[in-house]
Design a protein around this ligand. Structure first.
Ligand code: UDP
Ligand code: MG
Length: 313
C-alpha cells in the first residue's frame, strides 16, 4: 500500500464528506493504493455516523472511535499503530490542510529520501493574536532547544516513512513535538514543505491560548526526558552535588571563623542561611536523582532501542 492518511477528529461531522471525497479524488488521479484512517476522538456530534456512512461509499475508509475524548496525540498514536502504508500522512479534519499536497509529500519521502516531512503554513489563516504570534515564539524556542530547523512544528499536515511512525509513541500533548520525537528516535532526515493553509470552513478550533503554556511545559519535559530520561542521576546528581558543595563551603567558612574566634556570631548572618538552604536543596536534588533512577530502572522501556539492520542471521 502506498499511503495511509491518518486523520484525528473531534466534532468535525460537516467537514468529513468533503475531505474524504477530495482525498479520494487526489488518490485516484495519481493511482495510489491507500487507506484513510479516521480516528473519532470522542466526538459529541454525528461524526461517527458520518464515518460509517462514508465507509459505505468508499471502502478505503477505516474508522476508529474512542470511548471518550483523549486528545489529538492519542488519536494520532492509534492511527499510527493501525497504518499500513509505505508513507503515512497526517492531516487535520477541518479542511485547513489541502489534500492536493499529498503527492508531493509522498515523493519527498520515497524519492528525495526524507524520513519525515513537515508542512509549513507560511501564509496562515488563523487568528493573528491568539495563534499566529504566540506560535512564532513557540517555534523559535523549539527550534533552538531541539536543533531541528523547522518553521512550523505543530503543522497538522506531515508525511512519514512508515518506520518512523512505528518507532515513536505520541502521548499526552506531544503531537506538537513529533519532529523532536523522531529525531530522538534516530531519524535525522527531516524536511519541510511550504503548504497551502485555508480558513476553517466548518466547526470551531479545539485549541485555545492555553496550548502555549502547556506547549512550553511540554517542551521542557521533552528535552529533559530525551536527554536524561534513562539516566536521571546524571542531571540531578550533578546539580545536587554542586549545590551541596556550595553550601558546604559556606558553612565551612563559618565554622573556621568560629574556631578562630569563639566570640563571632554566625547564626544571624545571611551566609549561614544561604549555606544551610544550599545544602538542603542539594541533598534533595540528589535524592530526586535516586528516585528517578529507581523509576527508570523499572520502566518497561528502560532498554528500548531501535535496530536499523541486521546481517548474518
Ligand atoms: N482534534 C482531536 N482531538 C482533540 C482536539 C482536536 O482529534 O481533542 C483534531 C481536530 O478535530 C482537528 C485537528 O485535531 O482535526 C486539529 O484541531 P484544530 O483544527 O481545532 O486545531 P487548530 O487548527 O485550530 O490549531
Ligand atoms: Mg484547524
Amino acid at each position: 500500500m502506498h499511503l495511509s492518511i491518518v486523520i484525528p477528529l473531534k466534532d468535525e461531522a460537516e467537514s468529513l464528506p468533503e475531505l474524504t471525497a477530495w482525498i479520494a479524488r487526489v488518490m485516484n488521479q495519481h493511482q495510489y493504493s491507500y487507506e484513510i484512517i479516521l480516528i473519532d476522538d470522542g466526538s459529541t456530534d454525528e461524526s461517527w455516523q458520518v464515518i460509517q456512512q462514508l465507509r459505505g461509499e468508499n471502502n478505503h475508509i477505516k474508522g476508529i472511535k474512542f470511548q471518550r475524548n483523549y486528545g489529538k496525540s492519542a488519536a494520532l498514536n492509534e492511527g499510527f499503530k493501525a497504518s499500513q502504508g509505505e508513507v503515512v500522512i497526517t492531516m487535520d479534519a477541518d479542511l485547513q490542510d489541502s489534500p492536493d499536497e499529498i503527492p508531493e509529500l509522498y515523493q519527498m519521502i520515497t524519492e528525495t529520501g526524507f524520513d519525515m516531512v513537515s508542512g509549513w503554513k507560511k501564509k496562515r489563516y488563523d487568528n493573528t493574536l491568539t495563534k499566529n504570534i504566540p506560535s512564532k515564539f513557540f517555534n523559535a524556542a523549539t527550534r533552538k532547544m531541539s536543533g531541528i530547523a523547522l518553521h512550523d512544528f505543530n503543522c497538522g499536515l506531515k508525511a512519514y516513512r512508515q518506520k518512523v511512525v512505528k518507532s515513536i509513541e505520541v502521548y499526552g500533548e506531544m503531537h506538537r513535538y513529533i519532529p523532536v520525537l523522531a529525531k530522538w528516535a534516530g531519524f535525522r532526515k527531516i524536511g519541510e514543505k511550504v503548504v497551502e493553509h485555508r480558513k476553517r470552513k466548518y466547526g470551531t478550533t479545539k485549541f485555545g491560548w492555553d496550548r502555549f503554556v502547556n506547549g512550553f511545559l511540554d517542551l521542557a519535559t521533552i528535552m529533559f526526558v530525551g536527554k536524561f530520561g534513562k539516566r536521571p542521576m546524571h542531571f540531578f546528581g550533578l546539580w545536587g552535588t554542586l549545590c551541596f558543595l556550595l553550601g558546604f563551603v559556606g558553612s565551612l567558612y563559618l565554622i573556621v571563623q568560629k574556631l578562630i574566634d569563639f566570640q563571632v556570631a554566625i547564626t544571624n548572618r545571611p551566609i549561614f542561611f544561604i549555606a544551610l538552604s544550599f545544602m538542603i536543596i542539594g541533598s534533595q536534588l540528589f535524592l530526586a536523582g535516586f528516585v528517578g533512577e529507581l523509576i527508570a530502572r523499572n520502566a518497561p522501556e528502560r532498554n528500548s532501542y531501535l535496530i536499523e539492520e541486521r546481517e548474518g542471521w
